[in-house]
Design a protein. Sequence first.
Length: 429
Amino acid sequence: MKVTFIGHGYVGLVTAAVFADFGNTVYVIGHTKEKIDNLKKGIIPIFESGLAELVRKNVDAGRLHFTLDYTPAIPHSDIVFIAVGTPPLATGEADLSTIFEVVEKIGKHLSGYTVVATKSTVPVRTNRKIREILDKEKKKDASFDLASTPEFLREGTAISDTLAPDRVVIGTDSERAQKVLVELHKPIETQIILTNIETAEMIKYASNSFLATKISYANAIAKLSELTGADGLKVLEGMGMDNRINNKFLSPGAGYGGSCFPKDVQALISISREYGYDFGLLREVERINQEAIMDIVQKAEKMLSTLEGKTVGILGLAFKPNTDDMRDAPSIDIIRELLDRGAKVKAYDPEAVKVAATKIKGIEFAKSAREAVEGADILLLLTEWNDFRKMDPGEIKKLMRGKAVVDARNIWDPSEMRKLGFEYIGVGR
Ligand code: UDX
């Protein structure tokens, strides 16, 4: 089939490369010449293992094309996927301006019958607006149907999540569009859920918000365990053995970040409010998450009695390991708070330093983990990169000036750390 993706972020680029690898002819449309030129040369704007090879292979095979121009791509495409960003506005609502911009261009270039599917997570009523624009912009002989095919890929495992998802969700009111989309997804061996557009979008928001709820619940149990002297990780381990709960997304720590959970939780709260429902549970999920982030600073301050003038070494900036993504990374709020309390900060991350330097000012970016911990009064472990798990804590102790460690992702063993003379504190332990 001929498929076009608008947008080449995590979702657009990964899904386009995977569908090209299935043998489809795939066009990816961007709006920055430099980025498109780089993609043509196989230079990928995001850190995602395996992606550069997959893109290179399909560009060489002539199945995957990058372009700024809608003309060669949209006409006679069986499907056009909208995979542009929908970042949160200050109000928490999703910013749909880019969506409507690209929809207008799609409309102008439609010819033949085309399925226009949104991959971006959009509020429930957006597709009515998309239909209006396409109807207005399209030529008379062009026809289209709308669909919603939300993504569930995780950064760092995006390709495997796309190749082997737990389910494919196809939301559309048109039999014909459903057939086209089922055909495209044939190579993916998994259960398909066929529903309407609103339900497909709600599955996405509801799933991400529930995963965020699990994390906040784990953080609340961890906090309560700290206060009562219970071993929070054991409590959560004991819970996770119940297959109705399962042990996934129950790791307490510095809270969740990323381009999805914070945005989708906020969006579901604001959509609910719009329909007259106060989703109090999700407001609490947000509050607990903010509390988990700030607790890391509280713990650091408590260990040193003051942060004023102290040197804080930070290992990990990205919102999670195996990505360079800093969107809504807890490290951003934590560092801002540390600086506000007068600390000096040296931070290292294996991949995210370049991106972090555009978001965080007033700190020193170390070139290695050693440099970040050298002379530090206290060490904060914020992202559980394997590089840090492999470090020798004894070595770290020699390099530091102080002996305090806040392990915000529970990667080290408390008794081993205390034996080495560290003052160690984790989350929920
Ligand atoms: C998430 C969803 O998992 C994915 O299905 C959706 O398509 C996009 O959003 P992603 O944001 O890439 O994926 O990362 P994920 O692995 O879900 O982690 C999100 C955040 O939660 C990270 O900051 C991570 O550190 C945190 N997290 C995750 C926890 O704090 N505890 C956990 O147990 C799991």
